[in-house]
Write a protein that binds this ligand. Structure first.
Ligand SMILES: NC(=O)c1ccc[n+]([C@@H]2O[C@H](COP(=O)([O-])OP(=O)(O)OC[C@H]3O[C@@H](n4cnc5c(N)ncnc54)[C@H](O)[C@@H]3O)[C@@H](O)[C@H]2O)c1
Length: 401
C-alpha cells in the first residue's frame, strides 16, 4: 500500500476509456480535492488504446496494464501499490473485476448496479470483509450537500413521522431506439446479457431507491412492481413503476424510466411527514424545498449559515455560487491551457495562438473592467453625468490600451 507519509491516496481504474461515459467523472472527482493520484489502470480491453489514454493521464507506462488480473497481481506486489481501484465497466464485468482486487486486499469503488444478481453482490460484500478492504458504490446523489441536509432533517424529526415517499429517476435519454443507431451506452444497456432484462431498474432504479433509503433511513418491507418496454422492439424493460411499503408500513412510490420523453435527468424525491414535507431535484441541486403543515414554503439554499454540519462540510464554494461554479472555473483553466501548451510546445501557427472566437478573458478584458470602474466613479462624481469609458474612446479602441 502507499507510503503512510503521503496525504494522497494512490488510485487505479478499470474501464473509463476514450469515449466512455462515467470513468472521466470518477477522474475529475478524484482530482477535485487533491486526495488521490491516479497512477495505474486498464482503460478498456484494447491494450494499445488503453496505454494511449494512460499516457495522456500521466500514468507511468509500467502501470498501464493489459488486463485487470495483471493489474491486481502487480499492484498487490508493489510496496507503493494502489489503495483503491474504481471499476467503471459495463455491469456484466463488475463482479469478476471487483472480486479480483478485493481478494488481493485492494479496496474497490464499484459502479452500480454492483453485480447482476444478489448472490454475487453478497459474495463481494463477504470478500471485502474477509480481506479487510473497503467496497464502495457511487450512488453519488447522496453526496449532494442538500441531500445530506434533507437526510439530517428527516433524522432529526423536522417533518415528523414519515407518511409517504415519492421518488423518480425518469430520464428521457433513451426515449428513441438509440441502440439501433450504434449508440455505445444504449447498446449495452439494452442488451439483457449485459444489463439484465430489468435494465432500467438496475441502471436508474437503484439510484432512486438508494436516495429514498438515504434520506428517510427506511427500507422496503415489500413491493409491487410493473415493468414495461416503452420503445418498441427494445430487448429490455425501459420503464418501471414500483409501489412499496417501507419499514413500519410507510407507503412509497418509485418510477424509473429511460424513456420519459423530454425529461433530461429526471431525478426527484419528495418526502411527506406528519408536520411537513421536503422536495429535492437533481436539476436544481443546491435548493431544498420545505413545506409546513400550514402551507408555508421555505426554500433552503446551499451555503446558508443555518444548514447542518452534514451539508456545510460538503460545500466548497460560498453562498451565491451554485453547483457548476467549479466546472466554470475548470473551463477557464482548460481554455487557458490550450494557449499555454501551444506556447510551451512551439505549436503556434503562423505566429498565431490556436484561437477560438469564444475563449478565456484576457488582460485586455481586465483593463476594460478597470476603465469601467473609473467611468462609473467619474459619472457619480459629476452627479450621474454621461461619461465615455476610456475603452470606448476611438484612439484607445485602436491600440487596445
Ligand atoms: N454512478 C453513476 O451515476 C453512473 C453513471 C453512469 C454510468 N454508471 C455505471 O458505470 C458503468 C459504466 O457505464 P458507462 O456508461 O461509463 O459505460 P461505457 O460503455 O461508456 O464505458 C465502459 C468502459 O469500460 C471499458 N471496459 C469494458 N470491459 C472492460 C474490461 N474488462 N477491462 C477494462 N475496461 C473495460 C470499455 O472499454 C469502456 O471504456 C456501468 O456499470 C453504469 O451502470 C454509473
Amino acid at each position: 500500500m502507499s507510503a503512510p507519509q503521503s496525504g494522497r491516496l494512490v488510485a487505479g481504474m478499470v474501464g473509463g476509456g476514450a469515449g466512455a461515459d462515467i470513468g472521466k467523472t470518477h477522474r475529475y472527482a478524484m482530482r477535485l480535492d487533491g486526495k488521490y493520484d491516479l497512477l495505474a489502470g486498464v482503460f478498456g480491453r484494447d491494450r494499445g488504446r488503453s496505454a494511449a489514454l494512460a499516457a495522456e493521464l500521466g500514468i507511468p507506462a509500467d502501470r498501464a496494464y493489459g488486463s485487470y488480473g495483471e493489474m491486481a497481481a502487480a499492484e498487490a506486489a508493489r510496496g507503493d501499490g494502489v489503495d483503491v481501484v474504481a471499476v467503471a465497466t459495463p455491469n456484466d464485468s463488475h463482479f469478476e473485476i471487483a472480486r479480483t482486487f478485493l481478494e488481493a486486499g485492494i479496496s474497490v469503488v464499484c459502479e452500480k448496479p454492483l453485480t447482476q444478481d444478489s448472490a454475487t453482490a453478497a459474495e463481494l460484500v463477504r470478500i471485502a470483509a474477509e480481506h479487510d478492504a473497503v467496497l464502495a458504490v457511487p450512488h453519488c446523489y447522496s453526496a449532494y450537500a442538500m441531500v445530506r441536509h434533507a437526510a439530517r432533517l428527516v433524522r432529526d424529526g423536522r417533518l415528523g413521522p414519515v407518511t409517504f415517499v415519492d421518488v423518480e429517476h425518469a430520464s428521457g435519454w433513451a426515449a428513441t431506439p438509440l441502440e439501433l443507431l450504434g449508440h455505445k451506452q444504449a447498446g449495452w444497456r439494452t442488451d439483457p446479457d449485459v444489463a439484465g432484462f430489468p435494465s432500467v431498474v438496475g441502471d436508474l432504479g437503484t439510484h432512486a431507491y438508494h436516495l429514498l433509503r438515504y434520506i428517510t433511513g427506511l427500507d422496503a418491507e415489500r413491493l409491487s412492481a410493473r415493468l414495461k418496454t416503452v420503445v418498441p422492439q427494445r430487448r429490455v424493460f425501459d420503464h418501471a413503476t414500483v409501489q412499496m411499503d417501507l419499514d413500519g408500513g410507510v407507503p412509497a412510490r418509485l418510477w424509473a424510466s429511460m424513456a420519459a420523453t423530454g425529461h433530461s435527468h429526471g431525478l426527484r424525491i419528495r418526502v411527506f411527514g406528519e408536520r411537513g414535507s421536503l422536495e429535492w431535484q437533481h436539476e436544481d441541486p443546491h435548493h431544498l424545498t420545505l413545506q409546513d403543515l400550514d402551507g408555508t414554503t421555505t426554500i433552503l439554499t446551499q451555503g446558508i449559515s443555518t444548514l447542518s454540519e452534514d451539508a456545510t462540510r460538503l460545500t466548497r464554494v460560498g453562498l451565491g455560487h451554485p453547483e457548476g461554479f467549479l466546472e466554470a472555473f475548470a473551463n477557464f483553466y482548460s481554455d487557458l491551457a490550450e494557449v499555454l501548451r501551444a506556447r510551451r510546445d512551439g505549436t503556434v501557427l503562423d505566429g498565431k495562438l490556436p484561437g477560438r472566437e469564444l475563449s478565456f478573458p484576457t488582460g485586455r478584458d481586465g483593463l476594460i473592467g478597470v476603465q469601467f470602474v473609473e467611468a462609473v466613479a467619474a459619472s457619480h462624481a459629476k452627479d450621474a453625468a454621461w461619461v465615455v469609458p476610456a475603452s470606448a474612446l476611438p484612439e484607445l479602441r485602436k491600440t487596445g490600451l
